[in-house]
Ligand binder design. Sequence first.
Ligand code: HEC
Ligand code: HEC
Length: 281
Amino acid sequence: MKKLTGILLASALTVAPAFADAVDDTLILNEEITIVTRTAAPAHMADEVDEIISGWHFRGKETRAMQADDFDNPGMIFVEKGEDAWNTVEGTEGKSCASCHGASDTMAGVRPVYPKYNEAAGEVRTLEMQVNDCRVNQMGAEKLKYTGGNMANMTALLASVSRGLPVNVAIDGPAQSTWEAGKELYYTRTGQLELACASCHEANYGNMIRADHLSQGQINGFPTYRLKNTKLNSVHARFKGCVRDTRAETFNPGSAEFIALELYVASRGNGLHVEGPSVRN
Ligand code: HEC
Ligand code: HEC
């Protein structure tokens, strides 16, 4: 068994050897695209983990099957809504996303490199920030709520056209200080339970916590359609839920802390394929 951290975590964890490991299975999308869902860890975390594994491997058979076929994946309905929004004129400039960018599949390759440093703005941007920047500054439209349904529809569309491409966020150069801030947050124990992200998703993935099979907490599958709340869930909403579970004060979606944490967590998945919108519990 892996090292346990935190007395309360230890009491919540049950080791169920029959279920303990990531399920051995291959995700083939629509019988066409083979998705890389496990691969060697990137160099920056090779001392901690040998292999990086998508959350898909920690879900049950039916949930995994749902994601393998677009007709069965409930997240794809929201991709269609995102596609409609992509082609809808909004704002004072009389433009849609398509007016400037063309078809949505021209965005293939964008999701894998976000969060990304934006030279002109001098900041690391998440995909949500970039979408809102285009809405406000290019279209003269209103910002979308960071974790709202319309934003999730758009990020689901942007993820869907990059499925099968490897996550590859830059962690050096101008992004380095943000990445380091995110790494610090990942390993900092917080809350009454004194748990860090790493306590669960690095030291205990594969183990059961209550009724849940702990994964590595990867974000290559975002936004995720969760069977629990039957909607798309954004990265920062998930972070918020996990921090709250440690009984700590959480950061707000879109905050500098969560942007940094997202860059760091994304970099722990460098090499896994984009698979959003994924299906999870
Ligand atoms: C008036 C033209 C225009 C419109 C309309 C527009 N964009 Fe953009 N978009 C741009 C430009 C210019 C850039 C590059 C800007 C930069 O890098 O700062 C860009 C960049 C992007 C990027 C980042 C691409 C990359 O390679 O990093 C995304 C994602 C994006 N836009 C999404 C959207 C979405 C979604 C909409 C509709 C809600 C939209 N854009 C509407 C002009 C536009
Ligand atoms: C007390 C244990 C615990 C802690 C601490 C924790 N999580 Fe989680 N997290 C879970 C559980 C349980 C799930 C649902 C099962 C799974 O995918 O691991 C989950 C799911 C996730 C997922 C979704 C993975 C997927 O494939 O959809 C992400 C991302 C995530 N956590 C990130 C984080 C981050 C970042 C932190 C630190 C801020 C954190 N978690 C802290 C228990 C924890």
